[in-house]
Structures are given as C-alpha cells and as structure tokens.
Design a protein around this ligand. Structure first.
Ligand SMILES: C[S@@+](CC[C@H](N)C(=O)[O-])C[C@H]1O[C@@H](n2cnc3c(N)ncnc32)[C@H](O)[C@@H]1O
Length: 248
C-alpha cells in the first residue's frame, strides 16, 4: 500500500488553507499567460484539495484510483491517468498547475519530457504551467525532515517526511510516516517514495531539451509581486512556465 491510497488521511494532513495557492495560480495566468483562466488542468491532482476551490474552472487527474475516487466524491472533476502519458484535447486549457513537489515523481528525463510535452499540447499557446517543487540539489538531504499534522471531524493525522539521502542517478527516497488517530484507534502507515532530484542546472537543461516552454518567472512563495531571479532560487520554488506558440 502506498500512502496515497489513504486519500482521506492525505486530505486531512494537507488541509491547510488552499486559497493562497489557488490565487497564485489564477494570478500567474493573468500576469504571464493568456489572461483570466477559464479552463485549468491539474496533473497529479491527488485528493482534489485545490480543485475544490476552483469550482467550474479546473479538472484534474491522478494515477492513484483512491485519490481519483475521493476527489470525485467531493464534487470535483477528476480522471485517472499517468502524468507521463496522458492525453486531453489539444489547446483546450488556459493554464495548468502542479504544486507541492509531485513533478518529481517522474523519475526519468524521458518521463519528465513526455509530461511537459503533454501539458504543452493541452495548453493554448501562451498558457502557463505553474510548477512547484523542491530544488533539492541545493539542500543537505540528511537534514531534510518535515513533520506536521491536521485534524478534521474527530480524525487526527500526524505526518513525517524524511529524505533518506540515498541519491543515486538523481533519485532520492522520501520516507513518509503517518499516524492516523480516530478516538481510541491508532493506525500507522509507512511508505517509501522515490523522487527525482533537480538542481537549477537540471531544470535549465530539461527545459532546453523539451523545448515547449520558456521560464516566465520564478518564486519562492506565493506572493505574485515578489518573483526571485532563477539564479537565486533554492529550496521550495514555484516556476511559471509559458508555452511557446506551436512550431517555434
Ligand atoms: C503530493 S500529492 C499532490 C496532490 C495535489 N497536487 C495537491 O497539491 O494536493 C502527489 C500525487 O501525485 C500522484 N502521482 C504520483 N505519480 C504520478 C504519475 N506518474 N501520474 C499521475 N499521478 C501521479 C500521487 O498518486 C499523488 O496523489
């Protein structure tokens, strides 16, 4: 079992206010993309926590059937697909987004390129893909540990994510531990998730090899008025990628 099979526990643990992320995505489309977005795609949508605050605007997909079922059960549009080989109608979205590190689940350069190409095909020319992930190439893996919790309706979920630092061929493993408490019941979940490692130079060479996107702006938080030079970006970043007109 992977921890994403526990869609509700994920949704509780990641139950922080989603509006800053939503406003950032919508604002990035207005500022750097094709204007106010009316149709938005979320690859790796998980439980749909962000789709829920974009009613009527966004559709998502995820490879995990538990996540897709949970998202649909909460009233959003979601379908099941792998991010490295999905297809939607060409140029049918104004913007796309993928936050909190999910892009790094694509473990090879081929998979990352295939994903970016598929997103570019889905976007109208000039549309943006807001991609948030960890530039781990700049971090000390041995000190990468995060622990937090969430609670809802009598269920409390404690989570801990640790980078085990076993980087080989640009893949590191994150250990995820959950403690789910409901009344007297306790359940522990442990999972090991391989993720691709990116330093800034890896991002630059990926975008050059892929060719569909230009880097419009880089951020280290969700304040649209405070972009950072990409050369200074480190740690958790949100990149705004703009799809080139087709055939350029
Ligand atoms: C950290 S969650 C992010 C969910 C959501 N984007 C959010 O912000 O809450 C990562 C999600 O990526 C999904 N995932 C991992 N690899 C995938 C792939 N190759 N294709 C589609 N979904 C994938 C997992 O099933 C999981 O639901």
């Amino acid at each position: 079992m992977e921890w994403y099979d526990r869609a509700e526990a994920y949704d509780i643990l990641c139950g922080w206010d989603p509006r800053p992320e939503r406003d950032f995505v919508l604002g990035a489309s207005e500022r750097y993309g094709v204007g106010p977005a009316r149709r938005i795609l979320e690859p790796f949508c998980g439980s749909g926590r962000l789709l829920r605050v974009m009613p009527g605007l966004a559709v998502g997909f995820d490879r995990n059937p538990h996540m897709v079922r949970y998202a649909r059960g909460r009233g959003v549009r979601a379908f099941r697909a792998d991010a490295a080989r999905f297809a939607v109608r060409e140029a049918s979205f104004d913007a796309a987004f993928c936050l909190i590190d999910s892009f790094r689940y694509l473990l090879t350069e081929e998979a990352a390129i295939a994903h970016l190409r598929a997103v570019a095909r889905a976007l109208r020319p000039g549309g943006v893909y807001v991609l948030g992930f960890e530039l781990t190439g700049d971090l000390d893996p041995l000190r990468s540990r995060d622990a937090w919790s969430g609670a809802r309706a009598g269920t409390r979920v404690e989570g801990e994510v640790t980078c085990l630092g076993d980087r080989a061929a640009r893949v590191e493993t994150l250990r995820v531990r959950l403690l789910v408490r409901r009344g007297r019941d306790r359940e522990r979940v442990e999972d090991f998730q391989p993720m691709r490692v990116y330093a800034r130079a890896d991002v630059v060479s990926l975008l050059a090899a892929e060719g569909s996107f230009g880097l419009a702006a880089a951020y280290s938080g969700y304040d649209l008025d405070r972009p950072v030079p990409f050369e200074d970006a480190a740690g958790s970043v949100a990149l705004v990628l703009r799809a080139h007109p087709r055939g350029t």
